[in-house]
Design a protein around this ligand. Structure first.
Ligand code: HEC
Length: 118
């Protein structure tokens, strides 16, 4: 009698483990969430300048020459659009995250605009 209960429990435990295996996010998925994926857009320089004027120049200067934040005039020489997108989306140190303030497309556009500044 006891044996039946034990094997019943084992079956339940296995089923539970299998469900967990499929519902828990895999390692790859977690890594992807940490690195935001830049949407594909075409650069709109005018819109990028407007977004930067409204959101960035208070810290980076009206010519992006720097201030509270670093100079961004040649930031494209160091960072790719993808990396810029990540920094602006997530923030970095004293730099605020713009994930909830700007649309993904706006961030991508600014990232592309800045990546051309070399
Ligand atoms: C509240 C002030 C502030 C605002 C607003 C701000 N930044 Fe920053 N930003 C910083 C600071 C400070 C750093 C330096 C962070 C560090 O390296 O620790 C920085 C770093 C950066 C970097 C990384 C530069 C590098 O060489 O690694 C980029 C790119 C950048 N900002 C872009 C932007 C853009 C685009 C906006 C507007 C959407 C913006 N920032 C708005 C303060 C700000």
């Amino acid at each position: 009698m006891q044996k039946w209960i034990m094997s019943g429990l084992l079956v339940v435990a296995c089923a539970f483990a299998a469900v967990l295996m499929f519902t828990l996010p895999g390692r790859e998925q977690v890594a992807q969430e940490e690195k935001p994926q830049m949407p594909e857009i075409t650069l709109n320089a005018e819109q990028a300048e407007a977004v930067i004027k409204a959101n960035c120049i208070s810290c980076h200067g009206d010519q992006l020459q720097g201030g509270a934040g670093p100079n961004l005039q040649k930031v494209g020489a160091e960072l790719s659009a993808d990396q810029l997108f990540g920094t602006i989306t997530k923030g970095k140190g004293m730099m605020p995250s713009f994930k909830d303030k700007l649309k993904e497309e706006e961030i991508a556009n600014v990232a592309m605009y800045l990546s051309e500044k070399k």
